[in-house]
Design a protein around this ligand. Sequence first.
Ligand SMILES: O=C(O)c1cc(=O)[nH]c(=O)n1[C@@H]1O[C@H](COP(=O)(O)O)[C@@H](O)[C@H]1O
Length: 272
Amino acid sequence: MTTQQLTAQIIKKKSFLCIGLDVDLNKIPEHLLQTEDPIFEFNKAIIDATHHLCVAYKPNTAFYEAYGLKGWKALEKTINYLNTNHPDIFTIADAKRGDIGNTSTMYAKAFFEDLAFDSVTVAPYMGKDSVEPFLAFKDKHTIMLALTSNQGAFDFQTKTVEGKELYKHVLETSKSWENSENLMYVVGATKAEYFTDIRKISPNSFLLVPGVGAQGGNLQDVCKYGISDNVGLLINSSRGIIYASNNNDFAEAAAAKAKELQQQMEVILNSK
Ligand SMILES: O=C(O)c1cc(=O)[nH]c(=O)n1[C@@H]1O[C@H](COP(=O)(O)O)[C@@H](O)[C@H]1O
């Protein structure tokens, strides 16, 4: 999917919501545990109930890898279900990869070819030659960590190096990389006060913004400073949506939470 197609979906659905599929078997309704593939059944129910309210889904691969082969199979079934039934939805493999070049190429193949995701999250720490192999894939997107939502973001990312904060180096330097038009960036919703500076460097890049809901980030604050001409935001919520209820009504409860966010986004888009 191209970024133009993504923006078109946002305008059509009046939503820039990304739902995080971070499935924890200790948190899902008990009756699903009796099925052959509880993780996939949970995801399928959540997707069926919410796909009209969001433009993206983001399974965090940790929640699948933790269950070994079964988890990986559930991830594969989930991406295939999305690609078959909802080809207009943007898909994010939240894997936070990045390594020396030939290894990065294999990571990219795993997520873009074998699993056919639209995008993957990547850490910038190993630099240009660790990220460019991901950027080489046409119409695929590499979502690089810039300023993360957690407290540890202040350990390195905001430290001043050669006159400016490290996350600004990440945003600026990566612009010169080959196929940099395939880059998006992660900026935490808990860092709303940084969005003005980020937009000065990256006025139109898509930003994946996790941290609303469970981590305390505020949608209105993020949008006030972070929205761009092409909208340029994907706001992620995982636990706040998918664990709205752990009873039989879990999918309806997730849809109600997703609708709350979608309606707030509609107001923001209408006032733009
Ligand atoms: O790359 C991410 O998605 C990510 C970056 C970041 O800075 N903070 C962050 O929370 N995330 C992910 O976004 C999701 C947030 O989940 P909730 O806090 O439950 O909404 C998790 O999958 C995190 O791993």
